[in-house]
Design a protein around this ligand. Structure first.
Ligand code: HEC
Length: 442
């Protein structure tokens, strides 16, 4: 086990969630935008309307800055945050998908190179070659989505990989295609929102109206296809995930899905009313408002996708607290709970108290704090005013009268469908119970 990264009040998971939700806007814009750009550019050449190129210039500059400065920074931010929050989770993914990422990065490099060349050569090279650059970007960006979605989907449904350990068995798992198609449809919707906002700033009224309408049509088409594919995605969720959501073991999952649906409906209405029916309603104000709603909707949708994965961070293989859940013989990986129960959890940590006298309460509290941070801290805030499932409050609801009561609760932890069982021997459990009892909010 690596040292634990504690983020007071919010938990490390929330830090990743915020960065990742924000990242969705630039990354889906990056993958979707150029299909629209190429569409408009082709039109400009075919109908001999160079005035349309003003939009291309503005739109591709937005993509360049928003996706390749802010988007790249937040992408790196996800890596940093995820690496310190769940080093073993990231390590598990890298051990299986390092070549997936390597391939994706090749396409990133193509994307980055081609958008710079595209932007700076607009109007300076012949139209055919310039259009070709646009196609190169559009395909490279979408291929990077094809790859990263496999790894994301693997974390929710690891498929046959659990038995075979095969790269493609985990990659093309049961939620892969619906998720890829949902994201593909959705990228057109995000591209449409930004395109409409950029188009609304054009000086020429006629072109402004025409392009806002086109962006609206792309958006509506993306959203309608997206609903169908999202339905397919929900249908293909693994039984366990469906259970958490539909049996209401975790009622907040249903709330998140409803919130995402409301945001979806608002964006759809915006497309229809503001882009198709009355294009002059689109402007920076309504645009920013719709971006905020989009952001909240994405946050809810991605929160749902993360939430139905519990108790795992990688389906069946690794729990949310980074303890290996299952033997994966093909990968020479062994389940850790039996070993931790036998030798003790603390014994497997590099950073732990040197000596623990089971009769000394201070020793127990110190050791218990270490155990609890590692075993619970990925999913729960540990401070009284913590925002994300604060343990002092959740435990208080169970009204424990003594550390013994908490010990009984820890014994039943694995019975919850969304929590891993407690890992450790009697001493770990005793120490954890003493510590947890000391933080219960009274
Ligand atoms: C993989 C994530 C995860 C881990 C690890 C985890 N929990 Fe939880 N826990 C949850 C979720 C999700 C809930 C449901 C609370 C909610 O509605 O958000 C929950 C609920 C609880 C509750 C309330 C139970 C009830 O019946 O009301 C307690 C108490 C709790 N956890 C204690 C712990 C302790 C102690 C640990 C560490 C030994 C732990 N959890 C580890 C995810 C986790």
């Amino acid at each position: 086990m690596y040292p634990f990264w504690e983020v007071p009040i919010f938990t490390s998971g929330m830090v990743i969630a915020l960065i990742a939700t924000f990242h969705i806007l630039p990354c889906h814009l990056a993958t979707g935008a150029f299909w629209f750009t190429v569409f408009v550019e082709r039109k400009a050449y075919k109908q001999n309307r160079p005035e349309l190129l003003e939009f291309i210039k503005k739109y591709s500059l937005l993509i360049l800055i928003f996706c390749f400065v802010i988007g790249s920074l937040s992408g790196v931010g996800i890596w940093y945050a995820a690496t310190v929050a769940s080093p073993r989770g990231i390590s598990g993914l890298i051990h299986n998908y390092v070549w997936g990422w390597a391939t994706e990065w090749v396409f990133f490099v193509i994307e980055i190179a081609s958008i710079y060349v595209y932007y700076y050569t607009l109007g300076k090279i012949d139209s055919k070659s310039h259009l070709m650059l646009g196609w190169v970007y559009a395909w490279a960006a979408w291929i990077s989505m094809i790859i990263i979605t496999g790894i994301l989907a693997f974390m929710l449904s690891s498929g046959k990989w659990v038995e075979t350990g095969g790269f493609f068995d985990g990659f093309f798992n049961e939620t892969y295609w619906p998720q890829l198609l949902t994201r593909t449809a959705f990228m057109f919707c995000i591209a449409g929102v930004y395109a409409a906002i950029v188009a609304s700033t054009l000086a020429n009224k006629k072109i402004r109206k025409e392009l806002v309408r086109s962006a609206g049509l792309w958006g509506v088409a993306g959203m309608l296809a997206g609903v169908a594919f999202a339905g397919w995605y929900l249908y293909r969720l693994p039984a366990h995930a469906k259970g958490l959501w539909l049996d209401e073991s975790l009622p907040y999952l249903g709330h998140l899905l409803n919130a995402a649906a409301v945001a979806y409906a608002v964006v759809l209405i915006w497309f229809v009313v503001c882009c198709l029916i009355k294009p002059r309603l689109v402007g920076p104000v309504s645009g920013i408002l719709i971006l905020v709603i989009l952001f909240l909707g994405i946050g809810a949708g991605e929160g749902f996708r993360e939430g139905v994965r519990r108790p795992y961070i990688i389906d069946q293989y690794m729990y949310g607290n980074q303890i290996v859940a299952k033997d994966i013989p093909a990968k020479h990986v062994k389940a850790e709970i039996p070993r931790f129960n036998k030798d003790g959890f603390l014994a497997h940590l590099y950073f732990r108290p040197n000596k623990i006298d089971p009769k000394n309460r201070t020793d127990l509290l110190r050791a218990g704090s270490v155990v609890v941070h590692h075993e619970c801290g990925n999913c729960h805030a540990l401070d009284r005013f913590g925002k994300i499932r604060p343990l002092p409050v959740l435990l208080a609801n169970l009204s424990p009268e003594s550390p013994g009561d908490i010990q009984d609760f820890l014994d039943s932890l694995g019975d919850y469908p969304f929590m891993p069982p407690f890992a450790g021997n009697e001493l770990d459990k005793k120490a954890a119970s003493e510590y947890l009892f000391s933080i219960v909010r009274r």
